[in-house]
Ligand binder design. Structure first.
Ligand code: A2P
Length: 273
């Protein structure tokens, strides 16, 4: 894991970059377009959006503007939870149009919804069989959600994307995903910038001559977890990618492992039936 283009291999053989750009809460228009372009110019090769972010069109424009070939970029989007099963494929086709691509790299089921999740997953497997996406997975699925899904399907999700950072480390779920060959992926690795003033984190950041954000990102990567910090600021986009020239000492990594406080900065998937 020594460079920005390091990859993990998903359970269907597809390679996914360990590091990418998240664009949750990045506004449709120039803001998202520029962030994506800056990220690709910096060397990012993985962009993570979602239908509900309403910025897929701008992600597509940013990719075009960057001049980076499509085949070099891993693109994820997510089916929103209110999409009805019979609309999954057409919603994916709309996403592909907005993103200006023919095929997605990863389609995630954004949130478990009890009433429809079995059928939505079935439609996602059809989209996969049709070649509309190179992999399918889930997001915000806790262990009970995954256990239920694995009983209902032969297609094991390639990925489970969760809110994950030093203050929310989902230890049991990470283990469960590993045991079941589901790649675990971390969104909000910076806890949405809500704990950047943590005194011990600042002490450690000074020790490594890195920023608190860089330390938080590095901690995720060192667990072989895919990470997608969000930023729309050029300097911070560059800073967040500059995490491949140092390694945490075991004692520091272990100390950071102990900081879990089940902090949830977004919606809480553990409260979904
Ligand atoms: P901005 O987009 O203005 O850079 P997360 O990835 O955990 O959801 O966190 C996203 C939040 O963290 C955003 O508010 C983002 O703001 C901020 N952020 C991203 N990178 C950094 C950084 N290197 N230092 C401080 N804040 C950051």
């Amino acid at each position: 894991m020594h460079s920005l283009d390091a990859t993990v291999t998903l359970n269907n053989g597809v390679k996914m970059p360990l590091f990418g750009l998240g664009v949750y809460l990045a506004n449709q228009g120039k803001e998202t377009e520029q962030a994506v372009q800056w990220a690709l110019e910096t060397g990012y090769r993985h962009i993570d959006t979602a239908q509900i972010y309403r910025n897929e069109r701008s992600v597509g424009k940013g990719i075009q503007a960057s001049g980076v070939p499509r085949r070099d970029i891993f693109i994820t989007t997510k089916v929103w939870r209110d999409v009805r099963p019979q609309e999954v494929i057409s919603s994916l086709e709309t996403s592909l149009d907005l993103l200006q691509i023919n095929r997605l790299d990863l389609l995630l089921f954004h949130w478990p919804k009890r009433e429809t999740r079995k059928e939505v997953w079935k439609e996602m497997t059809k989209a996969y069989d049709m070649g509309l996406t190179r992999a399918i997975g889930v997001s915000n699925f806790t262990r009970p959600h995954l256990e239920e899904l694995l009983q209902q399907t032969d297609v094991i999700p390639a990925v489970n994307q969760m809110e994950h950072n030093v203050f929310m480390n989902n230890k049991d779920l990470v283990e469960y995903c590993k045991e079941n060959n589901i790649q675990y992926e971390a969104y909000s690795p910076l806890a949405k910038a809500q704990r950047l003033d943590h005194p011990r984190l600042n002490e450690l950041a000074s020790k490594y001559n890195k920023s608190v954000a860089q330390l938080m990102i590095r901690w995720v990567l060192e667990h072989d977890i895919v990470v997608i910090p969000k930023s729309t600021n050029k300097q911070r986009i560059q800073q967040n990618a500059d995490v491949f020239d140092f390694t945490l000492e075991d004692a520091d990594r272990l100390e950071m492992n102990s900081w879990n406080e089940n902090l949830v900065t977004g919606w809480n998937p553990y409260t979904y039936p």
